[in-house]
Write a protein that binds this ligand. Structure first.
Ligand SMILES: [Fe+2]
Ligand SMILES: [Fe+2]
Length: 396
């Protein structure tokens, strides 16, 4: 029995080390790594305390600890003034049996603590990013095995910290790419907007209307399958490009202070196809196929189609019109109705709602019209919230 128990202790350590290494390799943040290290290290080497020290701009940050009484958690000391700094600067393990007999130790900092003996190991020995300290309350000569265990733990922590740094930089790069995408949308949408006589926040308001309408439609059996949260988010983000094709319409038509004649209107109508083509070209040049750009294309192309087939550019009918285009049609028309234009006054909200209701099944998808009627107040709130002014794109 005695032999068995000796064997099991010897076997336990590698098993614990493997479990710790696995835990550290799966960690998604520094806190998880430090938490796993301090608990396991203290148990495996039988220490009265463990600290996890991070190297931060010439300072030793005592970031985490697990000890019989508090040590220095949260405090920062210059690298030159503490033993963890010594260990990092010299890339060496410090083994100190009696801290009061060692000149490297700032004794004043240790007097209020229980510490009498310690081992300090650098994390990532070739270029230390931190250190792990183990402390004992009574004079104690740490065994070579304990030092070896602490070194192995420090190596695992180094790998974990590198992983976390990589994960963070990937997340930052992804975030930057997303922001760049949003900036490009804003730039493209602003370009269309600056040439348009429509008011500055039309783009922003339609983006919000379309999201409100899509969210309300999410619970309707006819639309539930098509409108996941992710799709709604993409519709919201791509909606600002709905009139991008207007960039290709001559100023004489786009800025005409009055109603367009038949020929001018025919040219104006080409903005739907021009918009589709511009986004398709961008997609082809970039060599990317993204749901976002597909949706942007779809919306630009079909937001003037009408349920009864009398819209443009293709006279699509009913559910042949993509849902994104049907949603955008209601958003776009509502905003045009309640906004003042050179050729027309702004209609009051109730009148705009009545006009849209009358177009149910003619201009607009009948189910979406009904849904619009249930949330028309939200449209009014959005209109009031985003008055006209400099264009600001909200991307979340
Ligand atoms: Fe349009
Ligand atoms: Fe529009």
């Amino acid at each position: 029995m005695t032999v068995l128990s000796v064997q099991s202790i010897a076997d336990l350590i590698p098993a614990d080390m493997d479990a710790l290494a696995l835990k550290i390799s799966m960690a998604r943040g520094l806190g998880e790594i430090m938490g796993a290290v301090r608990r396991t290290a203290r148990r495996l080497v039988g220490a009265d305390g463990i600290t996890f020290v991070l190297r931060e701009d010439g300072m030793c940050h005592y970031a985490d600890e697990d000890a019989i009484t508090p040590l220095w958690k949260g405090q920062r000391f210059p690298l030159e003034n503490c033993i963890s700094g010594w260990s990092m600067l010299h890339r060496e393990v410090a083994v100190i049996e009696d801290i009061y007999a060692d000149a490297r130790i700032p004794h004043a900092a240790y007097r209020p603590t229980f510490v009498r003996s310690l081992v300090m190991v650098p994390v990532r020995e070739d270029d230390p990013v931190g250190a792990i300290g183990a402390y004992w309350a009574h004079q104690h000569r740490p065994s070579p095995d304990s030092v070896d265990i602490l070194r192995r733990i420090a190596n695992s922590a180094a790998v974990g910290m590198t992983n976390v740094a990589l994960i963070n930089s990937l997340a930052a790069a992804k975030e930057e790419a997303l922001r760049a995408k949003d900036a490009v949308i804003l730039a493209m949408a602003s370009l269309a907007e600056t040439r348009d006589s429509e008011t500055g926040n039309h783009i922003r308001r339609t983006q919000h209307y379309v999201r409100a309408l899509a969210r309300a439609a999410q619970t309707h059996p006819a639309f539930a399958l098509q409108l996941s949260d992710a799709v709604i988010d993409l519709i919201y983000k791509s909606a600002p490009l709905h009139d991008i094709g207007k960039v290709g319409i001559p100023d004489s038509i786009l800025l005409k202070p009055g109603r367009l004649d038949q020929q001018e209107f025919a040219i104006m109508k080409t903005h739907a196809e021009l918009g589709r083509r511009a986004i398709a070209d961008a997609q082809q040049h970039l060599g990317v196929s993204s749901t976002f750009l597909d949706l942007a294309q779809e919306i630009a192309h079909t937001h003037h189609e009408k349920w009864d087939g009398s819209g443009y550019p293709n006279g699509l009918k009913g559910s042949d019109i993509p849902l994104s285009g049907r949603l955008m049609a209601i958003a776009d028309v509502y905003d045009a109705l309640v906004s003042e234009r050179i050729y027309k006054p702004a209609f009051p909200h109730d009148e705009a709602v009545a006009i849209i209701a009358a177009e149910k099944g003619r201009h607009f998808d009948p189910d979406l019209t009904d849904i619009f009627l249930t949330i028309a107040d939200t449209f009014r709130t959005i209109y009031n919230r985003f008055g006209d002014g400099p264009l600001q794109l909200q991307t979340a």
